[in-house]
Design a protein around this ligand. Structure first.
Ligand SMILES: Nc1ncnc2c1ncn2[C@@H]1O[C@H](COP(=O)(O)OP(=O)(O)O)[C@@H](O)[C@H]1O
Ligand SMILES: [Mg+2]
Length: 336
């Protein structure tokens, strides 16, 4: 992996103006509509946003489970956006996906040992190297589990099987789509810790999708906040959580503050009015304008560009950022 002048590793993934539109009868769903970012080896980008904002569609398009409508996905120097199914096949080793629901992701008629070895064998790695026991050990699964079938395992164990399958080929990029949402709270932390350990060992880059902000905050280096198929804010986790700049990010964070702050009673929730606009209409301006308490006529067209903020790489797509009138959080006085 090349190192650039700033001493940062070159991105393993460069995504530019990615779009994914679905046909729905005679209508078009603008699920992802112009998303750009870089992902570096060893880095985790958290993708947050309400249900329907396009998180899964981005994830699936990146690993080419879906064909993008437009834009480029430059993986390790090659644009794979236009690759055919056949051209995509060798990419499987390097681009992996972990689904939210491990029950649906595993063949119920295969034993765990076979489930773990299968992706490696499909990738052409000899059975000698496809050492299921070593992989099980890596994901902290007891060796006894290897001879069992999926229905004999707990949700946490099943997700570890899925993670073992995903990392078996030493992928360079792993998209994790809500990997802990279906798990009991008690086993979530263990799975997150495992992912962090595996990442340190392999230097894989992760895209971590979740609507749970606490989880994203724990595991990500950077986050991207999605609203209706577009990124409205991005930056280092600490910058976005401490100084959310887009009114939507402020509202999203205010509804999800950590339990501690809530208990201390310092927490003031921003109540949004209105509905998320239909993804069936292509937006011509800020898609949040209809719900934003500080929207102005200029917000409705054109689509706002990203404005830089003080943290490195921190930017938000709100035209109020330059003059500092973007804060919709109630002040202590106003709420008293
Ligand atoms: N295969 C599909 N056909 C039509 N519409 C789809 C399809 N997949 C997703 N969508 C639509 O795209 C939008 C984004 O969905 P999705 O990426 O699943 O969002 P998220 O993961 O953030 O909940 C939604 O409006 C959803 O209904
Ligand atoms: Mg989803």
């Amino acid at each position: 992996m090349g190192i650039n002048v700033q001493g940062e590793a070159e991105p393993i993934l460069k995504v530019r103006d990615l779009r994914k539109h679905f046909r729905k009868g005679s209508a078009t769903v603008y699920a992802v509509d112009g998303v750009s970012f870089d992902l570096r080896p060893g880095e985790t980008i958290g993708l947050v946003g309400e249900s329907g904002s396009g998180k899964s569609t981005i994830g699936r398009t990146l690993v080419r489970l879906l064909q993008p409508t437009a834009g480029s996905i430059i993986f390790d120097g090659t644009d794979i956006a236009g690759f055919s199914q056949r051209q995509c096949k060798p990419l499987r080793r390097d681009l992996q996906f972990v689904f939210q629901n491990p029950w649906g992701a595993l063949n119920p008629r295969m034993r765990v040992s076979r489930l773990i070895e299968e992706p490696l064998r499909l990738a052409g790695v000899s059975t000698a190297q496809a050492d299921a026991a070593a992989l099980a050990d890596k994901v902290q699964l007891n060796a006894q589990v290897l001879s069992r079938y999926p229905h004999e395992l707990s949700g946490g164990q099943l997700q570890r099987v899925c993670i073992a399958r995903a990392i078996a080929s030493r992928p360079k990029v792993v998209v994790l789509d809500e990997p802990t949402s279906s798990l009991d709270l008690s086993v979530r932390a263990g799975v997150l810790e495992l992912l962090a350990t595996l990442q340190r060992e392999t230097n894989a880059a992760f895209i971590f999708i979740s609507h749970d902000l606490d989880t994203v905050r724990l595991i990500s280096n950077r986050i991207m906040v999605l609203y209706l198929g577009r990124v409205v804010e991005e930056g280092r986790v600490e910058d976005v959580f401490r100084n959310p700049a887009h009114p939507y990010t402020q509202a999203l964070l205010s509804s999800h503050l950590p339990v501690m702050t809530r208990a201390q009673g310092q927490h003031r929730r921003i109540r949004l009015v209105g509905e998320i606009p239909s993804p069936l209409r292509q937006q011509t301006g800020c898609s949040f304008a209809g719900r934003c308490p500080v929207a102005m006529p200029a917000c409705t067209t054109p689509i706002p560009p990203m404005y830089p903020l003080s943290g490195p790489g921190h930017q938000a797509a709100c035209i109020r950022v330059p003059d500092g009138t973007n804060d919709i959080r109630p002040t202590a006085d106003a709420a008293a």
